[in-house]
Design a protein around this ligand. Structure first.
Ligand code: G4P
Length: 526
């Protein structure tokens, strides 16, 4: 095997996603502990912003700093190079999470055994389904009272629209929780709460082994056998191929806080999870094994120091080997760029790297060259697909309150939009700028950052909008007619594409039925 294929096959790049509080941060930290990447629990700070609208800004700033450090966590485990991409916990930053999902090859979904599938989990799963991303589910907090595991499995299937296959099975739950039977490997792990170390493992021959009865008692052993029989009857045998195709999600049970069931999850994950997969560009499919380098920017992070307007662009490597100081083509601008100080993220530390491989993320210090979705190549004209903007859910007019600073404001808005903080639409009728977000918090972050990083002041004015949708038509005349009829509600996005601003769902429905030749899109990728 060449060095490139060797490096590719040992890489696992994934994200852990969950509804806030299900245990994503705790699980991430425990995985890092196993990788030896950190040595004490509590080292990974949650980057979630717990407070909402009235949160104090220092908190947001602090959180932003933390989320740079924990944006990508790379570590070595058992010969594998693992890259965990962190996603913001707060739902107002969901768009950021969606984009991060374009840079991973698989995901682990954490579900709270008491709460089951929650709203955010459902939404994130939709994005995974759109991309056929393989998912593994970790049912967490078994040390607490929760639902019956069979009910949880049913709920996962119904709510997440994916077939599931348990690969481990809990013995009781909450106060009576005794451990987990590993269906995959026929072993029994006994639960010892609050032990940060390895759990006690009972090696067994088969499910009939009397050692199970000795370990958990006859009643629970009988119940376990009954449950397993039911599982084998109901769920088809696990096939890795089906998991890789995004059709079946293997399910593990455990307790992240107690480091219970985590190692089993990790061991199975490295074995079955995909190494970097081919990526679709507009022009063609790019295989990671291609010798020439290509990659795309999926995230831009502004630096903490407002005096230096520097950012870090996060580049996911799609093919070939990335090398420091090599000339790469920045496809959007046509410029050739060299990167003297690309950073890799290992165990929370940033360090300069000389080379990186498909599946890896490199951070490139940037002073405004990059936008989300930009492609870097060795020379080829490539554009990666799959970084959609979704129709925002909240809209406000942004107005300048300091006429002396209008330049700063424009620049600030432009750069924040390049970072993907929110979306900008310009009303074609009155030229006013509209900012669209998925949550209230983003408006506050924008206002704060404009002031502190650009010295620009703005205020928000209400606009009552239901949705912004991108429109196209094969019939140019029909398109023009629509735009004339709706001229007050037409805007352009930053790429100059036509966007229809519907002020109610009724108006949108009417427009859809009155103008059958017009196609309406709710994400910018079409
Ligand atoms: P998130 O990133 O998905 O938002 O969740 P996070 O890991 O921060 O976990 C949310 C809360 O759930 C934390 O408690 C955490 O300690 C707890 N937790 C995680 N895994 C388990 C588990 O297996 N069992 C139990 N009983 N609790 C678990 P917190 O009180 O909100 O935060 P903290 O003060 O402990 O940090």
């Amino acid at each position: 095997m060449s060095q490139l294929t060797d490096e590719i096959s040992r890489r696992r790049t994934f994200a852990i996603i969950s509804h806030p509080d299900a245990g994503k941060t705790t699980l991430t930290e425990k995985l890092l502990l196993f990788g030896g990447a950190i040595h004490i629990a509590g080292a990974v700070k949650s980057n979630k912003i717990k407070k909402t609208a009235t949160s104090d800004w220092m908190e947001i700033e602090k959180q932003r700093g933390i989320s740079v450090a924990t944006s990508v966590m790379g570590f070595e485990y058992d010969g594998y190079k693992i890259n965990i991409l962190d996603t913001p916990g707060h739902q107002d930053f969901a768009e950021d999470t969606y984009r991060t999902l374009t840079a991973v090859d698989s995901v682990i979904i954490v579900v709270d055994v008491a709460k089951g599938v929650e709203q955010q989990t459902r939404k994130l799963m939709e994005v995974c389904r759109m991309r056929n991303t393989p998912v593994i589910i970790f049912v967490n907090k078994l040390d607490r009272e929760g639902r019956d595991p069979f009910d949880i499995l049913d709920e996962l299937e119904q709510e997440l629209h994916i077939s599931v296959r348990p690969l481990s099975w809990p013995i009781n739950i909450g106060a009576k929780f005794k451990g987990v039977y590993n269906i995959h490997e026929h072993s029994l792990d006994l639960f010892t709460p609050d032990k940060q170390k390895v759990t006690e493992r009972v090696e067994i021959e088969s499910i009939d082994d009397p050692r199970i009865d000795e370990a958990v008692g006859e009643t629970d052993a009988a119940k376990l056998r009954e449950d397993l029989e039911l599982i084998e009857g109901v769920y088809p045998a696990f096939e890795t191929e089906e998991y890789l195709a995004g059709k079946v999600a293997p399910v593990f049970f455990g307790s992240a806080l107690n480091t219970f069931g985590v190692k089993e999850l990790l061991d199975c994950f490295v074995k079955i999870a995909p190494s970097p997969r081919p990526v679709e560009a507009v022009e063609r499919k790019i295989s990671p094994e291609e010798e020439t380098f290509s990659g795309f920017v999926f995230k831009i992070h502004a630096n903490m120091d407002p005096n230096h307007r520097s950012c870090i662009a996060f580049v996911k490597i799609c093919s070939g080997k990335f090398e420091r100081n090599a000339p790469y083509r920045h496809v959007r601008s046509g410029k050739t760029l060299k990167f003297a100080a690309p950073t890799a993220f290992m165990a929370q530390k940033k360090s300069i790297v000389d080379e990186a491989f498909p599946g890896d993320i490199v951070g490139i210090p940037d002073t405004g060259n990059f936008k989300i979705g930009d492609t870097l190549t060795t020379s080829e004209e490539l554009h990666f697909k799959g970084l959609p903007s979704f129709s925002p859910e909240m809209f406000k007019y942004i107005e300048n309150t300091d006429p002396m600073k209008s330049k700063q404001l424009d620049k600030g808005i432009q750069q924040l939009m390049d970072e993907g903080v929110a979306q900008l639409f310009t009303n074609q009728f009155n030229g006013r700028k509209i900012i669209g977000t998925v949550g209230q918090l983003q408006f506050e972050v924008i206002q704060y950052r404009l002031l502190h990083e650009y010295g620009a002041q703005c205020r928000w004015e209400p606009i009552s909008l239901y949705k912004a949708c991108w429109i196209t038509s094969d019939d140019q005349e029909a398109l023009e007619a629509f735009k004339r009829r709706k001229h007050q509600f037409m805007a352009t996005d930053r790429e100059g594409r036509d966007v229809f601003l519907a002020d109610s769902s009724y108006v949108l429905q009417m427009a859809q039925s009155d103008f059958p030749k017009i196609r309406f899109y709710f994400s910018s990728e079409f």
